[in-house]
Design a protein around this ligand. Structure first.
Ligand code: BG6
Length: 486
């Protein structure tokens, strides 16, 4: 018997991501026969009222295999219940307890899709009511803390009630198909490993560009900003997987042991370095995909005087034998020209060209791993154009995963929920990883707080402030979209 209890069950994340992911797992036969789902939140609702919301969430955001299958929706709703819970009301937890079957074989997964201030009171009550013993697991959403100190406090408090292997810190980027594929690409193939180091790699770009603005989350976002919302977690997780040493095996801790070493080896910036190696920006009114959009300061919930960054670019460095001297250019932004998440490994130029000057400078080989909107791995090589004489051009060896496989695409939330239900911690973040990531981010945040001049503006629908291009141009590099073939 497995029960999934969703705190924050009436919230935005539940509606858009978690409930549709759970439903998709159900429709695809991935949940065991005795599964049940309890939504929990402060609002007073009965089971049927909650079921109506679940049905609406499936209708709007559900997977295409199942959203129109009224029988399946009805079956899912029959497993769905609601429990009103206020974290400060111990009695509410008694009611929840009655709803849960607590025999030995029971596995309960508590998912805390709430603000971080509620995590500890909820976990404390769960523990006091004997609900986190045995097989119980707790998933906690980001942001976990606002800085290294607060993250440490939250981790410490969680550990008062839970063992580390009961805590599932979710970073949904780790559930993306291509992120896992990166592990396969790196550690199941021979030819990349000898090249995967400072001797052969010029630089690494990791860019997550979004077209959306802050949508309905203006107030939350304004207290968070892009550095905490995207860099501290998603971008640094990608850095750690690109840069890690081969783990001794594929067990969760073996992989996380290697990832945390990368995070600890990230060079921490002095305040002077922060001003040279980071760029932050905020979007003003512009147009995305030809449609006019408002500027960040006019978004609902955002003060007109806001100094919060919606764009970040950083030239990071990893101080270890494999990567010393190789720039890792990280970038993320809202309201950018297009939606894409990509990792580009730029190899060094060939030492000498036998083809002479007529070919112009040759862009060196690069490996582009695209997470979204499409999933692909492309290795760009030089080849001769067909026809007379030798003219070189860039051709891609292309692994297109949509074409290469007919298997069902599993969305990251569904994958991670199923992993948590099966007790697989591989794609969840360990406490030491989280601390190491915050320790690298803290000096950047502190320096920005003391520098009122540094925030640049950019037009919505562009690729960010000009300073972001300059950050790379200083090293003779350019972001992918700026590159002009020589
Ligand atoms: C979330 C951030 O973690 O990731 C959002 O809080 C962001 O601000 C989202 O929009 C991006 O995720 P994805 O999967 O759409 O790239």
């Amino acid at each position: 018997m497995t029960t999934f209890v969703l705190f924050g069950g009436t919230g935005d994340l539940a509606k858009r991501k978690i409930i549709p992911a759970l439903y998709s797992a159900f429709v695809n036969g991935r949940l065991d026969a005795s599964f049940s789902f309890i939504g929990a939140a402060r609002e007073v609702l009965n089971d049927d009222e909650f079921r109506k919301r679940v049905a609406a969430s499936i209708e709007t955001y559900g997977c295409k295999e199942g959203k129109t299958d009224t029988e399946k929706v009805a079956d899912f709703l029959a497993l769905t219940y609601y429990s009103k819970i206020d974290a400060r009301e111990p009695d509410d937890f008694n009611v929840l307890k009655q709803r849960l079957h607590t025999s030995e074989s029971n596995a309960t997964l508590f998912y805390l899709a709430t603000g971080p201030d509620i995590f500890i009171p909820v976990v404390e009550q769960l523990s006091k009511h004997g609900l986190v013993e045995g097989n119980a697991r707790v998933v906690v959403e980001k942001p976990l803390g606002r800085d290294a100190q607060s993250a440490k406090e939250i981790n410490h408090s969680l550990r008062n009630y839970l063992r580390e292997n009961q805590i599932y810190r979710i970073d949904h980027y780790l559930g993306k198909e291509m992120v896992q594929n990166l592990l396969a690409l790196r550690f199941a193939n021979l030819f990349l490993e000898p090249l995967w180091n400072r001797k052969w790699i010029q630089d690494v770009h990791i860019s997550i560009a979004e077209q959306v603005g802050v949508e309905t989350r203006g107030d939350f976002y304004d207290h968070t900003g892009a550095l905490r919302d995207m860099v501290q977690n998603h971008l640094l997780q990608l850095v750690s997987i690109v840069a890690m040493e081969p783990p001794v095996n594929a067990n969760p801790d073996a992989i996380r042991d290697e990832k945390v070493k990368v995070l600890r080896a990230l060079h921490k910036f002095t305040p002077e370095e922060v001003s040279k190696k980071t760029v932050r920006g905020q979007y003003r009114a512009g147009a995305v995909d030809g449609k006019p959009v408002i500027g960040y300061q006019s978004e609902p919930g955002v003060p007109t005087s806001s100094r919060t960054e919606t764009f970040v670019a950083i030239r990071a460095e990893i101080n270890n034998w494999r990567w010393a001297g190789v720039p890792f250019y990280l970038r993320t932004g809202k309201r950018m020209a297009s939606r894409s998440a990509e990792i580009t490994i730029n190899f060094k130029p060939i030492p000498y060209s036998i083809f002479g000057k007529s070919q112009g400078p040759l862009r060196s080989n690069r490996l582009v791993i695209s997470l979204q909107p499409e999933e692909s791995v492309q290795l760009f090589m030089k080849a001769k154009e067909p026809g007379e004489g030798i003219r070189l051009s860039d051709v891609a060896l292309n692994l297109d995963f949509a074409e290469a496989s007919n298997s069902r695409r599993v969305e990251s939330y569904e994958r991670l929920l199923l992993d948590a239900l099966h007790g697989d911690l591989t794609l969840f973040v360990r406490d030491d990883e989280l601390s190491a990531a915050w320790e690298w981010v803290d000096p950047i945040m502190n320096a920005w707080n003391n520098d009122s001049e540094g925030l640049k503006s950019y037009i919505a629908g562009s690729w960010g402030p000009a300073a972001s291009s300059y950050l790379l141009a200083q090293n003779g590099a350019a972001w992918g979209e700026e590159y002009v073939e020589g």
